[in-house]
Design a protein around this ligand. Structure first.
Ligand SMILES: Cc1cc2nc3c(=O)[nH]c(=O)nc-3n(C[C@H](O)[C@H](O)[C@H](O)COP(=O)(O)O)c2cc1C
Length: 209
């Protein structure tokens, strides 16, 4: 993937054939696609509603995040206020981004849980920095967070894993995150195997979670 930044106002993102599979699928249609979205816009708030510093609830960022998060959590139309985009990159700087759920925050940082063997897990292992964004559209609000990333303790992971619903715990065993699988049926088979294995309802946390 290459990003060509022509000037401050326009940014062209060029996808070079990195993910052959995606390109093979799109070329199956045989038609080229070129969609211009230049006119797609909504009316933003007018100048009388400009956000100014005196509207801040708190002069330090975590306190401000807490205040905004509480509002977002109670705003109708925001289904998951804790959904955020997590950006990671390989050691050589190839970026990737996906949604994850915020599972806690404090003065020490922002916490999410994932599979250490997933793509994001592998990228964080080789390049332990990340970027997060929240976009609370009904509030017209975004928050950007960047920083170093470290693993939580085993005890913390255990506690969270135990709090997950049984089906999600079994899913963590059955599904290898980010891996290509033979098909849905193979996943279903694995799920049935693990359901049988953990029929007593006790599911240990897989070491990669
Ligand atoms: C709303 C939403 C929340 C998600 N939350 C998580 C999460 O907390 N942890 C996680 O590992 N994956 C989560 N996922 C799945 C990820 O977006 C992603 O598909 C998966 O983790 C594999 O990502 P990777 O291949 O880039 O590592 C979530 C997906 C959605 C749509």
């Amino acid at each position: 993937m290459a990003v060509v930044c022509t000037n401050r106002l326009s940014l062209i993102v060029k996808f070079i054939e990195r993910h052959n599979k995606i390109f093979k699928m799109s070329s199956l249609s045989g038609k080229s696609i070129n969609v211009n979205l230049g006119d797609m816009r909504i009316k933003y708030k007018d100048k009388s509603k400009t956000f100014t510093e005196d509207q801040l609830d708190c002069k330090e960022p975590i306190g401000q995040f807490k205040a905004w998060f509480e509002v977002a959590s109670k705003t109708p139309g925001i289904l998951e206020a804790n959904a955020m985009c997590l950006g990671t990159a390989t050691k050589t700087g190839i970026p990737s981004v996906r949604p994850v759920l915020l599972k806690g925050f404090s003065d020490k940082g922002f916490k999410f849980y994932t599979n250490y063997e997933s793509r994001k897990g592998r990228e964080l292992a080789e390049n332990p920095v990340a970027a997060l964004t929240f976009f609370w559209e009904p509030l017209r609000r975004t928050v950007r967070i960047e920083g170093d990333v470290e693993k939580t303790s085993d005890e913390d992971s255990d506690e969270y894993f135990t709090s997950r619903p049984f089906a999600s715990q079994v899913g963590a065993h059955a599904s290898k995150q980010s891996a290509v699988i033979a098909g849905r049926e193979s996943l279903m088979i694995k799920e049935r195997e693990f359901l049988a294995q953990f029929s007593d309802g006790k599911v240990p946390r897989p070491p990669c979670w």
